[in-house]
Design a protein around this ligand. Structure first.
Ligand SMILES: [Zn+2]
Length: 304
């Protein structure tokens, strides 16, 4: 049985190596679909982009596949969110053994550079099971941070491929301008909900909440990555009326039962928001993701 399994794995990997990357393109691996979208915007048709983690998944707990290993092995550039969001990244790079991403890792682009992080702990420790030991890594849901990320991608790619620098810079600037335009609309839309108290499931939304005027009072997870306990839920049940909580925000991943139960018990609606394009059919890029999330919030808060 083991031999049969190995045989299929062998066929699978042979199939993959035959047509692994498009010829004559910059081969870029992105860890998440948001980054793939930004890279696409910056590179136009110059890059062939492969994304590792599926958009609906909890990025913290992703398990790389043999295909991921093969893609990384032959990639030119790797773009990731840095910090400890992709805890699986270092072992994946080690397994793939691509010298570009080992040692000095000159061909790695860490887009957390230049981001003003929140919730940076004074002591680095996972003793409480915390998944965010370097600060909160869910920073891209603030479009102002998206602009910084685009700049980092364009600048680093320009260093690596100076022959395309002007195109990268031009594309990134155009996209940043587009974000500036949309920001006016998004901020105006969220004005009606300014100051609303919310509870989130995971600590995925502090950057989003700060930017768009929501007030996060608690999380369902007592510590990022630790499921809600009965004691913690009891605390939330009394906190909801006390702090006039209007909304529970949940991610597309993880169990829904607890937030739904809390919603039934307290009358507070749940909005399921998306963190990466592709997590819903109608959400295929960063702009439609933000629009989708604002609509989910409106539906929940207006009881539509
Ligand atoms: Zn997290």
């Amino acid at each position: 049985m083991k031999a049969v399994k190995f045989f299929f794995f062998f066929l699978f990997t042979i199939g993959l190596t035959q047509n692994l990357w498009a010829a004559d393109k910059i081969r870029v691996v992105a860890t998440i679909t948001t980054l793939a979208d930004f890279i696409q915007q910056v590179t136009g048709d110059l890059a062939d982009i492969y994304t590792i983690a599926a958009p609906k998944r909890n990025i913290h707990f992703y398990a790389p596949t043999p295909k991921d290993v093969l893609k990384v092995k032959k990639a030119d550039v790797l773009v990731h969110t840095g910090l400890d969001l992709e805890a699986w990244r270092p072992p994946l790079l080690e397994t793939a053994g691509n010298a570009r991403f080992l040692g000095e890792a000159k061909f790695e682009i860490d887009v957390s550079k230049g981001i003003k992080l929140v919730e940076v702990p004074t002591i680095l420790s996972r003793s409480q099971g915390d998944l965010h030991i370097f600060g909160n890594p869910h920073y891209w849901v603030d479009p102002e941070n998206a602009k910084i990320m685009l700049e980092t991608i364009a600048n680093r790619l320009s260093e690596l491929y100076p022959e395309h620098a002007s195109e990268f810079q031009k594309n990134a600037k155009a996209y940043r301008n587009k974000i500036d335009e949309k920001m006016k609309e998004w901020l105006a839309f969220m004005e009606q909900f300014r100051g609303s108290s919310v509870i989130t499931y995971h600590k995925s939304w502090p950057y989003f909440a700060d930017r768009f005027g929501l007030k996060i009072v608690e999380q369902l997870e007592p510590v990022p990555g630790i499921p809600p306990t009965a004691k913690h839920l009891a605390k939330l049940r009394s906190l909801i009326p006390e702090k006039n909580v209007k909304l529970i925000i949940k991610e597309t991943f993880g169990e829904n039962r607890t937030s739904e139960k809390l919603s039934r018990e307290t009358g507070v609606k749940v909005a399921v928001l998306i963190q990466n394009p592709g997590a819903a059919k109608e959400v295929q890029d960063y702009f439609s993701m933000m629009d989708y999330n604002f609509n989910q919030i409106r539906k929940a808060l207006k009881n539509e």
